[in-house]
Design a protein around this ligand. Structure first.
Ligand SMILES: Cc1cc2nc3c(=O)[nH]c(=O)nc-3n(C[C@H](O)[C@H](O)[C@H](O)COP(=O)(O)OP(=O)(O)OC[C@H]3O[C@@H](n4cnc5c(N)ncnc54)[C@H](O)[C@@H]3O)c2cc1C
Length: 400
């Protein structure tokens, strides 16, 4: 965990330098930890620091399998309140026909997914990086990645030393900073949904038994994800509604939420402080550049409607680790290796983005000529075991 002397590393060439030790960057570093490679990971945050505001992450069953392999699942699951299993999902639309119900028992898995605290996950991953002896540079804010023929120069400001600059050189630089802002060369397309997500924790009058709800309403989808004894609420609304929704008294907010759920769910008891953030789709035009690969939210930031974004990012990390491990050392970061990573991610990535974007469009239109066939489609899906199983497998493992 040493902080580099300025320019200390300018001559040494690492195999892989990762910008960002968030959940996705840390997963990549852990997946390479036993590969006898020289891996360094830099993060702008200080050691032991995580986000001030916690976030709720939706993890698929496939993500759990990745964390099990990296031996971080058991410590995570044993942290009080860090993981809540989703045992069933109930999807419905307000003012229309059609309900889809999925259950873990029906799919023969212990849970359909897990609701996880971002802060708890970060802590467990930071501990695992330390245990594995990974070279982590905290307080290192990456400013640029400059590719050369044989390696890339990763320049960062050392925030613990009055902004003195340092450089790491690596055969492969990986951008996992959540925003791709440290690589000027990677452009991202942005589609603004013109929506905001209002998030809060809701307490309940009776136990939730692990059932998650997705409710499509005229004003936008509402997700209730079981978290601890209550629900994490993600309520998609128009930006114009946000000030009044955030400003409502708790009882009025809960009354409005209940009204949107109708008979599908009753029993909200209390609500925490509410926050809101804008919703957009941001996709890197390409996930590779010379001597550079992009993973996680830096590669694609999705609408939270289907809980796919974080899981897609984890699969980026896992696939990149596999591609690196399968390459001879001197081929790490080469055009051929990067092309293999790009090809390996193309289908899953394209399908995950299209699936999420398609859902936003399908359920964002409340015209009767859309609502009625949509309800019939949902009824058909619920009544057709094969189709339901295919849908469930997508939620569990992603698009394969
Ligand atoms: C506002 C918001 C709310 C969200 N809510 C949800 C939700 O409710 N449910 C859900 O499943 N997903 C949610 N997501 C998505 C989820 O947070 C991401 O899928 C997940 O965090 C992606 O992990 P990551 O490691 O790619 O990026 P991040 O988690 O963003 O981690 C990036 C890491 O890089 C570091 N970093 C940043 N810049 C630099 C730099 N220049 N140099 C070095 N280090 C740097 C940061 O300190 C951080 O540790 C939300 C995202 C946002 C933006």
């Amino acid at each position: 965990m040493s902080i580099a002397e300025p320019f200390e590393d300018a001559r040494a060439i690492h195999d892989v330098a990762i910008a960002g030790a968030g959940p996705v960057g840390a997963t990549l570093a852990l997946a390479l930890a036993d590969a006898k490679l020289d891996v360094v990971i830099a993060d702008a945050r200080a050691a032991g620091e995580t986000r001030v505001a916690d976030r709720t992450l939706a993890l698929s069953h496939g993500a759990r399998l990745i964390f099990e392999r990296l031996r971080v699942w058991t410590p995570l699951a044993s942290m009080p309140g860090a993981v809540t299993p989703i045992t069933a999902i109930d999807v419905s639309q307000a003012g229309g026909l059609g309900v889809v119900q999925l259950s873990a028992a029906e799919q023969h898995v212990p849970a359909l997914g897990y609701v996880v605290s971002y802060r708890a996950l970060s802590q467990v991953l930071d501990d695992a990086l330390a245990r594995a002896g990974v070279d982590v540079r905290y307080g290192a804010s990456v400013r640029s990645i400059d590719p050369g023929r044989e390696d890339a120069a990763v320049r960062f400001a050392d925030t613990s030393r009055a902004e003195s600059d340092s450089t790491l050189r690596a055969r492969l630089a990986v951008v996992a900073d959540g925003t791709a802002s440290s690589v000027p060369g990677v452009s991202r397309r942005r589609h603004d949904y013109g929506q905001v997500a209002v998030v809060a924790t809701v307490t309940l009058a009776c136990p939730h038994r692990g059932v998650a709800f997705e409710r499509f309403t005229r004003e936008g989808p509402i997700a209730l994800l079981p978290r601890g004894a209550g629900y994490a609420l993600i309520w998609t609304r128009s930006p114009a509604d946000m000030p009044s929704l955030l400003g409502l008294r708790d009882d009025a907010f809960l009354a409005s939420l209940s009204a949107h759920f109708g008979s599908r769910f009753r029993g909200f008891a209390g609500v925490s402080e509410r926050r809101a953030f804008p919703l957009a789709l941001e996709v890197a035009e390409t996930i590779t550049a010379a001597r550079t690969a992009v993973i996680g939210n830096a590669a694609q930031a999705l609408h939270p409607i289907a809980g796919q974004g974080f899981n897609l990012g984890l699969r980026d990390a896992f696939e990149l680790a596999r591609t690196i491990r399968d390459s001879p050392r001197d081929a790490i970061g080469s055009p051929a290796m990067l092309a293999r990573y790009r090809a390996g991610r193309a289908r899953d990535r394209r399908a995950g983005i299209a699936f999420t974007h398609g859902l936003v469009r399908l359920f964002g239109n409340d015209a009767p000529w859309v609502r009625v066939p949509r309800g019939l489609g949902m009824m058909l899906l619920d009544a057709t075991p094969l189709a339901k199983r295919a849908f469930a497998r997508t939620m569990l493992y992603g698009m394969r």
